[in-house]
Design a protein around this ligand. Structure first.
Ligand code: 1YM
Length: 642
C-alpha cells in the first residue's frame, strides 16, 4: 500500500484506523468539537506534563498560544522515551502519539489519569490536529518528529542536534484541525488561565507559565508553595474569615493520598470543592463523604469533651459544622472510578475510610493545639444549629402552603393549567402592573405568573432562617416545589423553565441579580441543569404606517429603519420602552412571552468557582472587593454571565 510515498505495513494500518476512528467520532473522545473541545486538546497535552510532575520529575510547564492559534506546551521532565518500542517497532514518542490507549499501556504507573482519558490524550490530539511537532531533550540530544494528515508521521523520530548535558524535557506544538473544529479555532486566554491557575494550586510548587504570542507581553506565571491552602485563602478573599490560619491536612494510605485545606468565614453558605487527580468533582464522592463525616464527628467530640455541649444536648449536624466553611479536598488515586450523572463523582469505596482517617487525625490534632480557633469553630457551629431549628419551623410553613392550604399563596401565583413540568414555565415578573399584563397575555395552559413586589431579600447577607422569614422567598420556594436544603429534590421541580422577567433598567438588573443569588445559593442544581432564563423585553417600539416593530437593541433599531423606504423612515415613531408595565397584554405576549417570538437568555454556570466569587463579591458584606469588581467589569456588565 502506497500513499504520500510512504510504505505502510499491517501495524501502521491498525494505527491509522484508530486515529481515523477519532476523526470520525471526535465526540467519543473529547466530548465536543466546539470551543470547549478545542481547549480540551490543550489539557490532554498539559496532563502528560502534570503526570510527569506528579511522578516527581518536572518543575516547570509552559503553555504558549502562538500567533497562528497553534499551541505549544513545554516541560522539563524526563522527556517522552525516545528508544524503539518493542511492540510497535517505532520510537516510543511516535507510539504515544499514534496508538490509542498508548499512554496507559506504556506508562510506568503513577497517577496517569489526570485528564480523565487515561493517557490516550496525545494520540487523540494528534488525530484532531492538522499537524503536530514533538521535540524531546534527552541524552544530550534533541529529537524531533512531525505528524501531518490526521496523524501520519512525516518521517521517523530523528536527532536534529545536541543540547546541554543536563537538559531534559518535552515540547509539543499542535495546530487544531479547522475541518473538525468548525465553530472556532481561536483560543481564549482567560479560559486557559483559569484552569492553569487551578492546576498550579492543586500541584504545589509546580510553576506553570501561560503566554499569548498574539498579544505583546501577555503572560502569567503561577506557582503556589502553599498549594490548596492558598486556593482557600483566595476563595475567602471576598469574605470575612473568622480565624487567620488556613488549616492544611494531608496523609496517604495504600498509594491513595488525601489533602484538605479549610478556613471558616462569617457567611452562611458552605463552599466545598473536591478534586481527584486534579479533576473537579462537582458531585463530590467518597473522598468528600469521608471528610464531611470526620468533620462532623470531630467537632462534636471536641464540643462535648470541652463542655461546649452537654451530653443531653442534641449533636451538631453536618449542615451546622459546614456553615461558612470554605474547603478544598484533593485526592490522588492510581485507579479512580467515577459515577453519577456526569461521571464526575468519585466512587471508590475504600477512599471514604482513608479520607476520614486522614482528616480526623489531622483535624483533631489541630483543635487540640489551637483552642482559640477550636472555640470559634464550635461556637459558630452551635449558632448554626440553633438557626437550623428556627429554619425548620419556617420551612414547615412553606411545606404546608405547598399542600394548597393557604390561599394567600395562590393569591399571588397564577399557576398554569398543565401539571406536566416538562412543558410548564413560570415567569417571575417585576411589579404588579407588569404582572397583570403578563397574566392576561400568557398561554394559560403552560405559563404560570408570579408577580414580585419590590426587592427581594439579599440571601448572601442572610442566614437561611431569615431568608425563609421573607414572604417573597417563601412563595418562590413553594412555587418551585423542590424544597431546599437537605430536602431539596430536583425531580420535584414543577417547571421546566424559570423565566426572570424584569425591566431593562438598573432596578431590573438589580432584581435579576438578587433572584440569581437566591437561585445560586438555594437551588444551585436548578441553575446547573439549565432551567433558569432571563426574558429579554424589547428596548424600542417603532411604528411606521400600519406596522409596529419591536427591537432589542440600538443596532437592530438602525437596521430596521434602514429597511424602511426613504419617505416613511423620517415619519416612523420610535418609543424607547421604559418598562414592562408600559406594554399591554398583547404587546407583552408578542414581544417577550410567546414561544414563537421571544428571545430567552439561558443562565449558565460556566465556572462554579468563578460564579461563587462573583456572588460573594457583588452581594457580600465587604465593600472594597465589590468596588474593585464593578470597576473592572463595568464595561462588560451587559453580558455578565454568572
Ligand atoms: C508537553 C507534553 O508529554 N511530557 C512527558 C511525557 C511522558 C514522560 C515524560 C515519561 C513518562 C514515563 C517515563 C513513564 C510520557 N511517557 C509516556 C510513555 N509533555 C509530555 N514527560 N519517561 C517519560 O510514565 O514511565 C507517555 S507520556 F508511555 F512513553 F512512557
Amino acid at each position: 500500500m502506497e500513499k504520500n510515498n510512504q510504505h505502510y505495513d499491517a501495524s501502521d494500518i491498525q494505527v491509522l484506523e484508530g486515529l481515523e476512528a477519532v476523526r470520525k467520532r471526535p465526540g467519543m473522545y473529547i466530548a465536543s468539537t466546539n470551543e470547549k473541545g478545542l481547549h480540551h486538546l490543550v489539557w490532554e497535552i498539559v496532563d502528560n506534563s502534570i503526570d510527569e510532575a506528579l511522578a516527581g520529575y518536572c518543575n516547570n510547564i509552559e503553555v504558549i498560544i502562538n500567533k497562528d492559534n497553534s499551541i505549544t506546551v513545554r516541560d522539563d521532565g524526563r522527556g517522552i522515551p525516545t528508544g524503539i518500542h518493542a511492540k510497535t517497532g517505532k520510537s516510543t514518542v511516535e507510539t504515544v502519539y499514534t496508538v490509542l490507549h498508548a499512554g496507559g499501556k506504556f506508562g510506568g504507573g503513577g497517577y496517569k489519569v489526570s485528564g480523565g482519558l487515561h493517557g490516550v490524550g496525545a494520540s487523540v490530539v494528534n488525530a484532531l490536529s492538522s499537524w503536530v511537532e514533538v521535540t524531546v531533550y534527552q541524552n544530550s540530544k534533541v529529537y524531533f518528529i512531525r505528524f501531518e494528515n490526521g496523524g501520519h508521521a512525516v518521517e521517523p523520530l530523528k536527532v536534529i542536534g545536541d543540547c546541554e548535558d543536563n537538559r531534559t524535557g518535552t515540547s509539543v506544538t499542535f495546530k487544531p484541525d479547522a475541518t473538525i473544529f468548525t465553530e472556532t479555532t481561536v483560543y481564549d486566554y482567560d479560559t486557559l488561565k483559569t484552569r492553569i491557575r487551578e492546576l498550579a494550586f492543586l500541584n504545589k510548587g509546580l510553576k506553570i507559565t501561560l503566554m499569548d504570542d498574539r498579544v505583546e507581553g501577555k503572560k502569567d506565571e503561577f506557582c503556589y508553595d502553599g498549594g490548596i491552602s492558598e486556593y482557600v485563602r483566595l476563595l475567602n478573599k471576598s469574605k470575612t474569615p473568622i480565624h487567620d490560619a488556613v488549616i492544611h491536612l494531608e496523609g496517604s494510605e495504600s498509594d491513595i493520598s488525601v489533602e484538605v485545606a479549610l478556613q471558616y468565614n462569617d457567611g452562611y453558605t458552605s463552599n466545598i470543592y473536591s478534586f481527584t487527580n486534579n479533576i473537579n468533582n462537582p458531585e463530590g464522592g467518597t473522598h468528600e463523604d469521608g471528610v464531611k463525616r470526620a468533620l462532623t464527628r470531630i467537632v462534636n467530640n471536641y464540643a462535648k469533651s470541652n463542655k461546649f455541649l452537654k451530653d443531653s444536648d442534641d449533636s451538631l449536624g453536618g449542615e451546622d459544622v459546614q456553615e461558612g466553611l470554605t474547603m478544598i479536598i484533593s485526592c490522588k488515586h492510581p485507579n479512580p472510578q467515577f459515577e453519577g450523572q456526569t461521571k464526575t463523582k468519585l466512587g471508590n469505596t475504600e477512599v471514604r475510610k482513608i479520607a476520614d482517617n486522614v482528616f480526623a487525625a489531622g483535624f483533631e490534632r489541630f483543635l487540640l493545639e489551637h483552642p482559640n480557633e477550636a472555640k470559634i469553630i464550635v461556637e459558630k457551629s452551635m449558632i448554626a444549629a440553633r438557626a437550623r431549628v428556627a429554619a425548620k419551623k419556617a420551612r414547615e410553613l412553606t411545606r404546608r402552603k405547598s399542600d394548597l392550604e393557604i390561599t394567600n399563596f395562590y393569591g399571588k401565583l397564577t399557576d398554569c393549567k398543565s401539571k406536566d413540568p416538562s412543558i410548564s414555565e413560570i415567569f417571575l415578573v417585576e411589579g404588579d402592573s407588569a404582572g397583570g399584563s403578563a397574566k392576561s397575555g400568557r398561554d394559560y395552559m403552560t405559563q404560570a405568573i408570579l408577580p414580585l413586589r419590590g426587592k427581594i431579600l439579599n440571601v448572601e447577607k442572610a442566614r437561611i432562617d431569615r431568608a425563609l422569614g421573607n414572604e417573597e422567598i417563601r412563595t418562590i420556594i413553594t412555587a418551585f416545589g423542590t424544597g431546599i436544603g437537605a430536602e431539596f429534590d430536583l425531580s420535584k421541580l414543577r417547571y421546566d423553565k424559570i423565566i426572570i422577567m424584569t425591566d431593562a433598567d438598573v432596578d431590573g438588573s438589580h432584581i435579576r441579580i438578587l433572584l440569581l443569588t437566591l437561585f445560586y445559593r438555594f437551588f444551585r442544581s436548578v441553575v446547573e441543569a439549565g432551567h433558569v432564563y432571563a426574558a429579554t423585553p424589547p428596548l424600542f417600539k417603532i411604528v411606521s404606517g400600519k406596522t409596529t416593530k419591536y427591537v432589542l437593541t440600538e443596532e437592530e433599531k438602525q437596521e430596521y429603519l434602514n429597511t424602511l423606504p426613504e419617505g416613511s423612515r423620517s415619519r416612523a415613531s420610535i418609543t424607547r420602552m421604559k418598562g414592562l408595565g408600559e406594554m399591554n397584554a398583547d404587546e407583552l405576549r408578542d414581544t417577550t412571552m410567546s414561544k414563537e417570538n421571544r428571545i430567552l437568555r439561558q443562565i449558565t454556570v460556566e465556572d462554579v468557582i468563578a460564579a461563587d466569587n462573583v456572588f460573594s463579591t457583588l452581594m457580600g458584606e465587604e465593600v472594597e472587593p465589590r468596588r474593585v469588581f464593578i470597576e473592572e467589569n463595568a464595561p462588560f456588565a451587559g453580558n455578565l454571565d454568572i
